[in-house]
Structure formats: structure tokens, C-alpha cells
Design a protein. Structure first.
Length: 265
């Protein structure tokens, strides 16, 4: 320490005697300060105001799924209702709509009755029209006929790679390897992407589920039971069997033995 004093004093005298040396020393110190400032700014930018003391990861945005049919009074409200039960507790945002603008009318009486027999309350449902919607940012659009898919893509701007008939998508999801993502929403998005990749190149039209409007009680029953089955398989394909909730157990064929014959036509 005793030797440092004279050296420092000598350096200061030299700098006073040589202005160029003083300028060089100034810019060296300025460079050091700029480096330090950059380091501090970089560290601060890694911390967001939302970070808590434990730096918990930010929650992913929910998986948005829209179900589309013709009038939004039978097939799509039933699928929406079953999917709500199946995905309760998961980061999912569900809605349904129809191609027709019927106003906020309830589901058909046949739908309400059949759904209730299957453990589903659709009394609060009100129809809405998909043509007035913007589905461009939706993660998945599911229809029951090809025209539901076409209208969603053309009129509501849904992404073609994220729009399917429900029969088509369930079949694709059961053929692809399940994603390994732990986040349910990301797992579902990756599952949809894999299904879309597998669909490319296919030329045969997918199977459809026709509108039961005007049919007998047995036709309504078989249609909504099929929607129930496909909704369950869809939820499993998107989120995994361990993540979805069970649907109410209903002794379908014991109470309605004629349904199987209608369903197998």
C-alpha cells in the first residue's frame, strides 16, 4: 500500500502534464461504465413485473375451441356441453355456433330432453351465428359436416389447419403419437398440428354426422349419443386420458333398446 501512493501521484502528475493521456484515461473509464450499465440493464430485463418472489412461470393462454353445426340447437350445443364436463379444470375456453342466424333461441326441446337423459343440462344455451364471428385466432374449430368446416374457414376466417369435422379429427388424433408437453393447452395445440400434418394429401371426404332435425326421438337420441362418444374421444386425443373428467354413466341401451338398431344403420 505504501508503494501505491507515489505511483498514483506520479500518474496524476503525468496526466496533468499530458492532456492526451488524460483524454485516453477518460474514455477508458467511460467504456467501463457503459459495459457495467449494459450488464445491469440486461439483468433487469430478465425480470418482469408479474414475477413473484418465487419467479412462478406465467400461465399459458387457454386453448380455445369452437364447435359449429347448422342451427346451434342440437349437435354443437350437445358437444359443447359434454366437452365442458370433460375439460372442467383445464385451461380451455369453449363455445359453439351455427351457420344460421336464428337469434338467441334455446336448444330444441328434443335436444334438451335427450341431453338431460344423458346427464347434461343445456337449459341455459342460446344459439349464436358463426358467420358474424372472427375465428382466425381460435386454436380449434370442429364441425359435423363439410359445409360447417367450409363456412368457418371462408366466412369466419378460421385457419384451415385448425378446422375439422369431429369424426375426421377424432380419427386423426387416434393415429398420431400423443404429444409429450406437460401444459394441457400446449399439448392440445401440438395434437391439432400433428392431426393437420397427417391429413395433408388425403382426398376422400370425411364422415359426417347429419342433422337430426325432423327425425324421431330415437334419431335424436342416437345422434346425441354419438356426439357424446366423439366428444369424449376428442377430449382424450387433445389432453390425454389422465387429464379429462369422466362423463356421467347412463344405462343407454337398457332403457332404450331400439337405439342400437338406429345407430348401426
Amino acid at each position: 500500500m505504501s508503494a501505491a501512493g507515489p505511483d498514483n501521484g506520479s500518474t496524476l502528475r503525468s496526466m496533468r502534464d499530458d492532456p492526451e493521456l488524460l483524454i485516453n484515461e477518460f474514455f477508458e473509464r467511460l467504456d467501463e461504465l457503459e459495459t457495467l450499465a449494459h450488464e445491469i440493464t440486461s439483468r433487469l430485463s430478465q425480470t418482469t413485473p408479474d414475477d413473484g418472489p418465487a419467479r412462478a412461470p406465467r400461465r399459458e393462454r387457454p386453448f380455445q375451441l369452437v364447435v359449429v353445426c347448422t342451427g346451434n340447437r342440437v349437435r354443437s350445443p350437445a358437444a359443447e356441453g359434454f366437452l365442458r364436463v370433460l375439460t372442467e379444470g383445464l385451461p380451455v375456453r369453449l363455445s359453439s355456433a351455427g351457420l344460421l342466424d336464428l337469434g338467441p333461441v334455446p336448444a330444441l326441446p328434443e335436444t334438451l330432453q335427450t341431453a338431460a337423459e344423458l346427464g347434461l343440462d343445456l337449459s341455459e344455451h342460446r344459439a349464436q351465428c358463426v358467420v358474424n364471428a372472427d375465428l382466425s385466432a381460435v386454436d380449434l374449430v370442429v364441425g359435423f359436416e363439410q359445409r360447417h368446416v367450409a363456412t368457418s374457414v371462408v366466412d369466419a376466417h378460421a385457419d384451415r389447419d385448425r378446422t375439422f369435422t369431429i369424426v375426421e379429427l377424432v380419427d386423426l388424433l387416434e393415429r398420431v403419437l400423443p404429444p409429450a408437453e406437460s401444459d394441457p393447452a400446449e399439448r392440445a395445440r401440438e395434437a391439432v398440428a400433428r392431426a393437420a400434418a397427417l391429413r395433408r394429401g388425403r382426398t376422400e371426404p370425411p364422415s359426417e354426422i347429419p342433422d337430426p332435425l325432423g327425425g324421431s326421438a330415437a334419431v335424436y337420441r342416437s345422434t346425441i349419443e354419438r356426439v357424446r362418444d366423439l366428444s369424449e374421444r376428442l377430449a382424450v386425443g387433445l389432453f390425454g386420458a389422465e387429464a379429462v373428467n369422466p362423463l356421467p354413466v347412463v344405462a343407454t341401451h337398457a332403457r332404450h333398446p331400439h337405439v342400437r338398431a338406429v345407430r348401426d344403420r
